[in-house]
Design a protein around this ligand. Sequence first.
Ligand code: SAM
Length: 165
Amino acid sequence: MGFEHTSVMAKEVHEYQNLKPGDICVDCTLGGSGHARSTIKTILPNGMLIGIDQDMDAIANAKKVLHPFEKNIKLYHDNFSSLPGILQSNGIKGVNSILLDLGFSFNQLVNGKRGFSFNKNEPLDMRMDIRTSLTEYLSPRTANFPALQACPGIHPPAATQNHRL
Ligand SMILES: C[S@@+](CC[C@H](N)C(=O)[O-])C[C@H]1O[C@@H](n2cnc3c(N)ncnc32)[C@H](O)[C@@H]1O
């Protein structure tokens, strides 16, 4: 059982994508795979959906909820800035649609102690890609805030301590 994300403007996205069977489309921000689940049905039986998210929870969830369509999807735990390389590695020269639904997902907000919540008292983190080192991610943002530097696990390297926000 995966997690859900109520997709925004699903009908409008569907209309603007204007996809048909056999098309190749990219979802750069899979999140809860809400858009991807409706998109994939329009490109079957031989289309391809390339799904990207820098949050590994989103990719794990996509593997579950998009499992029935596994022959028609390729999933990448990556930043969408890697898209040109991903297309090249698949020998794809052009696509029919690229979707970017920017922001954070419902899962990031409410589950998993990610530090995105406005309501919970949880560690300040806010990394979408937890492979990024917390120190590396936070040090330029915290260098001039001694109170933040005092948080457990945040140790800005000396070289970044004079950075200004
Ligand atoms: C609003 S959610 C997407 C929801 C999705 N369209 C759906 O219907 O379920 C945004 C997602 O974009 C991802 N994201 C944000 N910036 C990203 C980036 N630069 N590269 C890859 N994924 C990114 C986040 O991790 C999050 O899962």
